[in-house]
Design a protein around this ligand. Sequence first.
Ligand SMILES: [Zn+2]
Length: 111
Amino acid sequence: MKLELSEKMLAAAAGWPVVHAARKIRDSGKVSRVSCEPPLIKGAVRSGSRTYGAGLRIGANIENLCGCYDSWSEGIICAHSVAVALVVMASPEVAEKAPTAAGPAPASEVR
Ligand SMILES: [Zn+2]
């Protein structure tokens, strides 16, 4: 089963500020143990002295599975889970079928 994932999709669900925060989390190497079992993606995200079990369920709606305060108190999709999604998207060995694997840089990214 192929998992449809894109930054655009994550931004539509979580908002661009969350996606930007998630990029920072990813770039600082705080995401580990990512796994992809469609429709679930999971990972561990270090935040300060804590590690959250974060993840998303990708369906008609994106459901946040993170255990952090923002997630359960506000019901929002938090940067931890989006960071996990970004790592999965960038890891062909995790998400076996990357949407862009078929050709050169996609021209459909124009906005
Ligand atoms: Zn979180």
